[in-house]
Design a binder for this molecule. Structure first.
Ligand code: CA
Ligand code: CA
Length: 579
């Protein structure tokens, strides 16, 4: 009897250990508040990138030292844009060329790695990067450059399921971190430069089976799937033929390449959409929904609850993919978005109503402002690249100088929001471009731009600026300028600190109220990834991935030349206070 009781107790204890080890929906919902783990891209699906941890603070940060560093190894040192996730003493971190590592958070010891076998002929537009993994139950799930999703056992690294998203030969790829919301795996697609059709997909994270799909180009049908994989129609996105001329909607772009955020109080997932295809806007008169927009999708039904278009009829590659970060203002749930087009938008997260819009960069040529009544930009007509068919030879339209350049006032690097200071911390860039349009026709698997361009610098002393922005007033509370363009994300913590990396290789921490830089560390290569923090047995850790690359060296024109001294890399750094 006594023996039996002890074995029962052991079994119970083991049961509770096993129960602790798997990631539940509740844990994901509470992720932003729980400081012992980082379960989602964004440190909580709302995407605030705020942690209440304050052991490392404005007073103690001077004692921050490396705990360990781990090299991704190989000859694959390319852009590293990954945010690590941390659970149960293990860090899961993705790397260039669709690799993922499981590391002991205390020692940096490698537990396993998985290298996805990539075919010849993948077409990532902007380096062979990956932005991170999602955790669910006993699985870690990430997207690959050949447009697949792979789920691995957290303990062993064994592949549990693998699903194809779409055809990489048609230009589809995937690099965003998936998010999990209410037991659904939510992902987007990349490939807007190849005329793909953007969409959001919901899957069963345990099996990879589709639950619904929602196309992000107006006119396409969405689908629902039953347990056997049988699909039924789930309504057309918008109205066919309304905002696109002719057949162009069939290759309309609007890729959802940065993934999404989710707020459990609204039940809505927020996905930004990229440029309409092709870039030559003279070919596609109309708003070209739902490109360059924020889409709020009811995750129960897969229907678009509301949309807000940041750049109707985009002519500058102002992908509107930037993360929609929800926060509470009084009793209201709002969302902030620093768009590639240079304007910062605040929308009601339930209804999409535009609450505020203001510039967060200093030079904007394509619009004079956003009309808060209509929600539409006040365009500068001569700011749009000219129509090639109006030129004498029909081959090259009028070149215009445009700011921001197509790399954006902000790009893939996610901002942070502090509920304490009520400020957004936005990694922004000041640059412009010469851009012109050319004739183009769609060809499967070929670049579908109809545009030529050169990125230009605007200032001698800086391109990047980390800006603390008040979403109510649009005022910049402080800024820290940076010589190279900022390309990494931001973290803010209860220790009154803001953390971000620079292409010059520094991870740095500044006072969240004043912007005074209090600590920095040279990681050995450029930082183009967002930092994270967690605590373990009373010690606070900060981690960031290092490895210069991404879109700037590939597409940066004069800026790429200015920063061509930067060295590539591939490693993750972890810090804690010295004793
Ligand atoms: Ca957490
Ligand atoms: Ca684009």
């Amino acid at each position: 009897m006594r023996f039996k009781m002890i074995t029962t107790m052991v079994a119970l204890a083991m049961g509770s250990m096993a129960a602790q080890a798997v990631v539940t929906d509740k844990m994901i919902q509470d992720d932003a508040k729980t400081t012992g783990d980082v379960l989602s891209w964004g440190l909580g699906t709302q995407g605030q990138r705020y942690s209440p941890l304050k052991q490392i603070n404005t007073t103690t940060v001077g004692k921050l030292v490396p705990a360990w560093s781990f090299s991704f190894g190989g000859e694959k040192q390319r852009g590293q844009e990954s945010q690590p996730v941390v659970h149960d003493g293990v860090m899961f971190v993705t790397a260039s060329y669709s690799r993922i590592y499981a590391l002991d958070t205390k020692t940096g010891k490698k537990l396993w790695k998985y290298e996805h076998r990539l075919p010849e002929g993948i077409m990532p537009c902007c380096d062979v990067i990956n932005r991170g993994a999602a955790l669910y139950d006993n699985l870690v799930i990430f997207a690959t450059l050949d447009a697949q999703l792979v789920a691995l056992d957290q303990k062993t690294g064994d592949v549990v399921w693998k699903e194809k998203i779409d055809d990489y030969k048609a230009g589809y790829s995937a690099s965003a971190a998936p998010i999990i919301a209410e037991g659904l795996l939510l992902t987007g697609v990349s490939g807007g430069e190849f005329g793909v059709v953007g969409r959001v997909e919901a899957r069963d994270p345990k099996t990879g089976q589709l639950v619904w799909t929602r196309p992000t180009v107006e006119g396409h049908m969405g689908y629902k799937y039953d347990k056997n994989g049988n699909k039924t129609e789930n309504g057309i996105s918008g109205t066919q033929g309304k905002s696109w001329p002719g057949d162009l909607w069939q290759t309309g772009g609007a890729a959802t390449w940065l993934g999404g955020t989710y707020n459990p109080k609204t039940g809505l997932a927020y996905f930004g959409t990229g440029n309409p295809a092709p870039w030559n806007s003279n070919l596609r008169k109309g708003d070209n929904l739902f490109s360059c927009s924020t889409l709020a999708i009811d995750i129960k039904t897969g229907q678009i609850k509301w949309h807000y278009q940041n750049t109707p009829n985009d002519g500058w590659d102002f992908d509107g993919v930037n993360e929609f970060v929800t926060y509470e203002d009084g009793g209201r749930i709002l969302g902030g978005k620093a768009d590639r087009n240079g304007f910062f938008y605040v929308n009601d997260a339930k209804t999409g109503e535009l609450v505020n819009a203001f510039p967060f960069v200093k030079k904007i040529t394509w619009a004079t402002g956003i009309d808060l009544k209509t929600g539409r930009p006040n365009y500068v007509p001569e700011g749009r690249p000219g129509d090639p068919t109006a030129s004498p030879d029909g081959k090259k339209g009028q070149t215009v100088f445009a700011a921001p350049g197509f790399l954006g006032g902000k790009n893939q690097m996610p901002m942070a929001y502090s509920p304490e200071t009520k400020l957004f911390y936005v990694p922004s860039n000041e640059w412009g471009m010469d851009i012109w349009n050319e004739p183009i026709t769609y060809k499967k698997g070929a670049a579908y731009l109809g545009a030529g361009f050169t990125i230009k610098t605007l200032n001698e002393d800086y391109i990047g600026a980390l800006r603390a922005i008040d979403p109510k007033t649009g005022k910049i509370a402080w800024e820290v300028k940076n010589n190279a363009p900022l390309w990494g994300g931001v973290l803010t913590t209860g220790g009154n600190l803001v953390w971000w990396g620079t292409p010059e290789g520094y991870l740095q921490a500044a006072d969240a109220k004043t912007g005074k830089v209090l600590w920095q560390f040279q990681t050995g290569s450029g930082v183009v990834a967002p930092p994270v923090t967690w605590e373990d047995k009373g010690e606070q850790y900060v981690a960031v991935v290092s490895g210069w690359g991404g879109a700037v060296p590939l597409w940066g024109g004069e800026v790429a030349k200015r920063v061509n001294y930067l060295e590539q890399g591939g490693s993750v750094w972890v810090f804690k206070l010295s004793k």
